[in-house]
Ligand binder design. Sequence first.
Ligand code: NAD
Length: 274
Amino acid sequence: MRDDLSGVALVTGAARGIGRACAVALAESGFSLVLVDIGADTPEVPYPLGSESQLEYTRDLCLESGANTEIVLGDVRSAADVDAAIEVAIQRFGRLDAVVNCAGIVRPSGRSVDLVSEDDWATMLDINLTGPFRVLSAAARVMKRQGSGSIVNIASTAGLVGYRNFAGYVASKHGLVGLTKAAALDLAPHGVRVNAVCPGSVHDDPELESIMLGEVAAALELAGDHEQTFVRDQPSNALVRAQDVAETVVWLASERSRSVVGSVVTVDGGFTSR
Ligand SMILES: NC(=O)c1ccc[n+]([C@@H]2O[C@H](COP(=O)([O-])OP(=O)(O)OC[C@H]3O[C@@H](n4cnc5c(N)ncnc54)[C@H](O)[C@@H]3O)[C@@H](O)[C@H]2O)c1
């Protein structure tokens, strides 16, 4: 990893939302980028996922910032797709300095744990926990050879505390926090750092085409202005901005955070400090 932030970063879930915010912030900071997203809906997930055109739009925003940018359609449930995305970084840019594991889903959710089907559980774990594991382990093989690299896992406050009717999501994000700490210990001797960011409730920003907080509200069958409902739980009286998550990600991706290893950084407006 270079001090001037001129490295190569791979971001999953980059079509929209927090992944788009991270991609743009990394581009503005000087990184070259490989942007990965499933880019299509899948029957196991009951809401629209990021599209190919949204991924292309994120690429265009990064190109406008002067960043060399490649896009890859890929599903983090497929080891072959993940390997192909890492290969794009190596073939196009010759190295891989940072990985942001941002692809994730929040539904199927909205049921008490005793009513969660094994299929829904498996989908949640496959995308939110095994997906980041696939990306992390494939990236680690490259980074160990380089002797450097930074992997940032986007977990959630649901990786630190429980939420009613979100057992699969909460378990997947607690698992991701655990994976972060264990992988950090394995990889630190090789110059590779692993950290996690735990965002709280993030504002659905139209510029980022974000919809996840709305999907949480749908799972909870919240009526009315759901953002106001979430704001009431925030000590800061404000939702988190995806751009603020992205700032933390850029710091963790860069050498400026060189001594930060296995850390779990909350960006939650004080939610988990109560
Ligand atoms: N929005 C929030 O309030 C919030 C809070 C805490 C944590 N998070 C986490 O942040 C991450 C991003 O959330 P967001 O709000 O930007 O959501 P989002 O739904 O807007 O974006 C997620 C992206 O991941 C992609 N994706 C989903 N499944 C995939 C798969 N199998 N393979 C590849 N790509 C896939 C989607 O297409 C989408 O573009 C998620 O991991 C989420 O759990 C979000």
